[in-house]
Ligand binder design. Structure first.
Ligand SMILES: [Mg+2]
Length: 195
C-alpha cells in the first residue's frame, strides 16, 4: 500500500502567555501602580484581577501598557524561536492573538525581534473569536477557550500550562503541554488521529 503522507495541520499559536511572557511585565507595572507584590504564580485563575481588586479595565490597560515596552517582555522559554521552529513540519503556523489594535505593531516587532517564524499574524477581537477561525489546532493558555475547542467537531487544543490554567480539567481533544518541548509529540498524536 502506498504510504499516505500525514495531513498538514493549520496551527494557531497564541502570543500572550504562550510565546511572550507579558504577564511578567504586567506584574511589575501593576505592583508599581497599586503598591501590590503580585508575582506570576499568584495569577492562578483567568480573572485573577477580581481577587486582587483590580478592575478588568485596569487589567487590560496595564497589559496594553506592558506591550508599549515590548523590548522588556521576555519569551516564555529560552530559545523560543528554535522550539517553535520544531513544529513547522506539522503544517502552517499562524500567530493568532486578541491583542488590541494599538498594540499590534509592538506585538509584531516583538515576534520579529525573537526571530519566531510564522505564516500569518492574525488579530481577533476577543479570545472567543479564535474558535470561529478554521484551525486544526490551537496552542493557547486561555482556560476558557478549551471547552469551546473541545466541543468543536474538528479542532484540537494544546493547553500550554501556566499558573492561571492549572485548574482546567481534562476534556476530549485538549492535550496539556508543560513546555514547548512537549508540543511536537502532541502534534504528532493529533496528526495521527486526523489521518
Ligand atoms: Mg494567551
Amino acid at each position: 500500500m502506498p504510504k499516505v503522507s500525514p495531513s498538514k495541520l493549520k496551527i494557531a499559536v497564541d502570543l500572550d502567555g504562550v510565546l511572550a511572557e507579558s504577564m511578567l511585565v504586567w506584574c511589575e507595572r501593576a505592583n508599581k501602580e497599586f503598591g501590590t507584590h503580585l508575582k506570576m504564580e499568584d495569577l492562578d485563575s483567568w480573572s485573577s484581577w477580581k481577587r486582587f481588586a483590580i478592575s478588568k479595565d485596569d487589567f487590560y490597560r496595564i497589559l496594553d501598557e506592558s506591550w508599549d515596552e515590548w523590548r522588556e517582555i521576555p519569551p516564555t522559554e529560552p530559545e523560543i524561536a528554535e522550539k517553535v521552529a520544531r513544529i513547522e513540519k506539522f503544517g502552517d503556523l499562524d500567530i493568532v492573538t486578541g491583542r488590541s489594535k494599538r498594540t499590534v505593531d509592538a506585538a509584531r516587532s516583538w515576534v520579529d525581534s525573537q526571530k519566531i517564524r510564522y505564516r500569518r499574524f492574525v488579530r481577533v477581537l476577543g479570545w472567543r473569536d479564535k474558535i470561529l477561525l478554521d484551525y486544526d489546532v490551537y496552542i493557547d493558555d486561555a482556560p476558557d477557550l478549551m471547552p469551546l475547542i473541545s466541543r468543536n467537531p474538528t479542532a484540537w487544543g494544546v493547553l500550554y500550562e501556566r499558573p492561571w490554567n492549572r485548574s482546567v480539567e481534562s476534556m476530549p481533544k485538549v492535550l496539556k503541554a508543560k513546555s514547548w518541548q512537549q508540543v511536537p509529540v502532541l502534534l504528532k498524536r493529533i496528526q495521527a488521529s486526523k489521518s
